[in-house]
Ligand binder design. Structure first.
Ligand SMILES: Cc1ncc(C[n+]2csc(CCOP(=O)(O)OP(=O)(O)O)c2C)c(N)n1
Ligand code: SF4
Ligand SMILES: [Mg+2]
Length: 491
């Protein structure tokens, strides 16, 4: 378009430069974030990216991302990215800023992350007046994990852990973290804003930019709390959720500048830098020869080397985690060393789920199963994702008629079967997980049936389901015996 054609009123829609041009988290959705429609996180992301652009600091910004629905900041922001453990963003941001004072370090946290597990970190970082900026997205709930109450949950608000509504008598009052931090001497700027309507959104943008700019100017700690809608967990349409911020949330959390010392603040010196990286081993008394003898005394290992490494994968709702739990509980009952590690995506809807299970005859070094000797793939995407990781001579059990050609390996044993259909014939497709487990138990033959029964009784409380699961396990055992196992066959 020539410059003459751009009238005074032309609106140019373009993405902030501080976002990646396309997002490679999901190949098929390179322009979409993972947030639900109407989610406040998306709006806050946009405002933060625009602030970074406007301040011209993209190349020196480090964003410390949280655990929560906004865990994927590093897929979207084209800046330096670090992920912190749950609640630890202020501690990680402190280290970043102190070791790289020329960088602009921004912590991004949800209300569960900041006001519950991370309450100590934010309090002390603010009290130390760390030269960081914190964006605190308060949606009054633990959204990513499905809606448990947070310290910020409103009185009367229902959550999965306060099904009758939060009560002051049992859960205490909503925690006003920003007011609390504003009582400290060190912070320079703390403001609470909302996303309840367009006017508020414009103010939220100004506040976020200001909080980042304070750091550019060398002032101390700044925090912006954003009251943010979560339509999915609040179970409201997006527009209603936005109104709820305005009509309800703000009654408990009034919008206000809670502390502003930017006028009187003189740029404070940064805290003294810590020791140089190369001096740390010396300071800790660790020398090149390694740890003193005795610390690394070899663990006595039993001669028998059982090491069953199982990866179970499928859609949420297919009983992937329960399958793994039954296996692990049964192993425990049988006196083995066991570990069970669930892993599920942050999407609330249509997520995938998988778990790592280890059963061993000696102490387990890591619960991670990177190279399984058994893969239970309950759907095709899981097969495609994990088939290549299976150890040669290992097993793939696949819930499908045949293995797709591209996933066909000659060096592993394969049992492909319509497990869901078999389960359906038994009375409920949801016991496909137990049919697969039955087949695995027959293959691995390391667990006595009594241990499996004991595990089922402990984990599945309903007697009807226990009986159905037992039938499914037995059918799975038969299936293995009847089936044609491709490639390196049994025997
Ligand atoms: C150490 C640890 N404890 C618990 C969890 C589980 N967990 C993941 S996100 C989350 C809460 C997130 O809530 P919030 O910070 O409010 O973020 P939202 O999803 O609401 O944006 C919890 C408890 C975890 N990942 N790590
Ligand atoms: S569950 Fe809530 S906070 Fe999480 S992405 Fe969806 S709307 Fe956003
Ligand atoms: Mg939250």
């Amino acid at each position: 378009m020539s410059s003459e054609m751009v009238s005074e009123y032309t609106v140019v829609h373009e993405k902030a430069k501080s976002f990646y041009e396309s997002y490679d988290r999901k190949e098929e959705l390179p322009h979409q974030t993972h947030f639900c429609p109407g989610c406040g996180h998306g709006i806050v992301h946009k405002m933060l990216a625009q602030a970074i652009d406007e301040l011209g600091i993209q190349d020196k910004t480090i964003l410390v991302g949280p655990i929560g629905c906004s865990v994927f900041t590093y897929y979207y922001f084209d800046v330096g990215n670090v992920s912190a453990a749950h609640g630890r963003a202020p501690a990680v941001a402190t280290a970043m800023k102190r070791s790289r004072p020329e960088s602009i370090v921004i912590g991004y946290q949800g209300d569960g992350d900041l006001s519950a597990i991370g309450s100590a970190e934010i309090l002390h970082a603010a009290n130390r007046g760390e030269h960081i900026t914190v964006i605190f997205v308060n949606n009054g709930i633990y959204s990513m994990t499905g809606g448990q109450a947070a310290p910020t949950t409103l009185l009367g608000q229902k959550s999965t852990t306060t099904p009758g509504g939060r009560s002051a008598a049992t859960e205490g009052y909503p925690l006003h973290v920003s007011e609390l931090l504003a009582t400290l001497q060190a912070p320079v700027y703390i403001e609470r804003v909302g996303l309840g309507d367009n006017k508020q959104i414009a103010q939220a943008k100004r506040a976020i930019k200001r909080a980042v700019e304070n750091q550019v100017r060398g002032l101390g700690f700044s925090l912006v709390e954003v009251l943010s809608p979560c339509p999915t967990i609040w179970k409201m349409p997006p527009v209603e959720a936005q109104h709820w911020v305005n009509d309800v949330m703000e009654k408990t959390f009034p919008l206000a500048v809670l502390c502003d010392r930017t006028k009187e603040a003189v740029p404070r010196p940064l805290a003294a830098a810590g020791p140089a990286l190369e001096d740390i081993p010396h300071l800790l008394g660790v020398h090149e020869e390694g740890l003193p003898e005795g610390n690394s005394a070899a663990i006595k290992r039993p001669a028998e080397d059982l090491d069953l490494r199982v990866r179970v994968a499928g859609f949420g709702g297919q009983g992937v985690l329960l399958l793994g739990e039954v296996l692990a509980e049964a192993g425990l009952d049988a006196g083995l060393e066991v570990s069970w590690l669930p892993s599920y995506g942050p999407e609330i809807r249509s997520g995938t789920s998988n778990c790592h299970v280890r059963l061993a005859g000696r102490p387990i070094d890591s619960p991670l199963v990177v190279e399984p000797n058994v893969l239970l793939a309950m759907n095709e995407p899981s097969l495609r994702k994990f088939y290549a990781s299976v150890h040669p001579d290992g097993w793939i059990l696949y819930n499908g008629e045949t293995i797709p050609e591209e996933c066909n390996r000659k060096d592993v044993h394969v049992l492909a079967c319509q497990f869901s259909q078999v389960a359906d014939e038994l009375g409920d497709p949801r016991v496909a997980n137990m049919v697969m487990l039955g087949a695995l138990l027959e293959i691995a033959a390391v667990l006595p049936e009594a241990s499996i029964d004991a595990a089922l009784l402990r984990l599945v409380k309903n007697q009807r389901w226990v009986q159905l699961d037992e039938r499914a396990l037995a059918r799975g055992r038969e299936l293995y015996k009847e089936a044609e196992v491709s490639h390196a066959c049994r025997g």
